[in-house]
Design a protein around this ligand. Sequence first.
Ligand code: ADP
Ligand code: ASP
Ligand code: MG
Length: 480
Amino acid sequence: MKTQITTIQKNTLVMKFGGTSVGTPDAMRQAVSIVKNEKAQWKNVVVITSALSGVTDTLLKMASCETISNPKALDMFALELIQKHDEIANALIHEPVLFQQTIQAINEVISQVVNLCKAIAVLGESTPRVMDTIASAGERMCIHLLAAALNSAGVPATAIEATRLIVTDEHYGDAHPDFARTKKNTCKVLNPILEGGKVPVITGFMAASEAGTITTLGRGGSDYSAAIIGAALPADDVWIYTDVNGVMTADPRLVPDASTVPVCSFREIAELAYYGAKVLHPKTIRPVIEAGIGLRVCNTFQPEHPGTRLVSELDAQHDVIKAITTVRGLKLITLEGRGMLGVPGVAAKTFETVARLGTSVPLITQASSEQSICFAVPSEKADQVIAMLSKSFAHEIESRDIDRVWATDEVGIVTVVGEGMRSTPGVAGRVCTALGDNKVNIVAMAQGSSEVAISVMVNAADLQPALKVLHKLINHSDAA
Ligand code: ADP
Ligand code: ASP
Ligand code: MG
């Protein structure tokens, strides 16, 4: 009798590779090998890729005022892009015809970008719509390179532009997807490719409006693309491959002894992402968790490391402070005056004024005396915000209900995050004591209603020491 060996194949995996995971010949070779391994384990593998590291920034520089008025600089950047892609193509695409086709596809995208930049120079201005077409060119080039590298390594793959899959509104630069239409398109385009055993290699970051114009999902948005496509298929798992071992206790570039957080809740990662942890785009979590899909952040350069699993709820929780993140380059604006007490609508008018400038406000505090409102804005916007507020409240300033509107010197926010805080009293006390003991002065403090994060504002020079001091609390609570 024959023994039948059945290999259990899992169904659908979406893998997203970030810029550094594909940015050099070695990195892309590694990404190819990871996809090849997983293709042997899963029935369907879908790949989403960012642009090669640094390419989106270069593209935006090409469209900037300084470059477009200088044709030599434009040519220099275009050459830089060609060389960067050529180097990887040379290393990973072994078949001459495939190599030629890939280089040609990449060169076509670059010449479209150069032509658009020249058009901007002639017109003397750009539009958000044109900027999205330029910004997404990096992903459009990368899919050809990665799909060809996979084919060359014996993994049948097809490059797909996400304009065929993801439908968004026309909010260029930060477009919002229409999930129903996206699901329809995604299944229609991807299912036949998957049934044919091929790996679709899809542009991250990029989508299209209903009218078919290119839109983008915001900087770092390829993570979000993976979530959208994962939810649309639906996939069983979405794995975000980056250059570190998952979500860590702090940015390892700032805290070298940071360690991996093995499991992270929806709320925790949302706070971390909001307060500056670039490791996962904040919009990624919702579509995936809502669709009940597994989400994991892992390391391209250490694929055997389990990384971080993201989960919707965390019950048993012993790590009170789990991770720390920082935002730099802010100023604290204060609106103060004894007459503010009881004047209705001061806060509403303040934030409406700030919103009109399109300025983000990462932290707000108001004391119960109602005699001041403090909020943080990016440093470069502070003067503009003060000028606008002074205008909006001209009447109240004249009548001395508001005494002054002013900004501090540069400050930063350090945020401690952990689900365990909700059930553990005294965390804010521990944070303040640790900072006080180390002579770090607290400029302002806020705790969100989710109760999984406490944010402390400190002077810019104190930010790194504050991060170090508070990171020690993690080890302390782990040991407890
Ligand atoms: P990718 O190109 O793969 O999307 P990003 O540069 O967007 O990668 O995000 C990964 C980077 O996020 C890491 O290299 C790290 O420096 C930074 N980072 C900031 N905070 C954290 C954190 N808490 N955990 C892990 N990485 C973090
Ligand atoms: N390439 C885009 C960016 O640099 C999107 C991404 O990397 O996720 O913002
Ligand atoms: Mg990223």
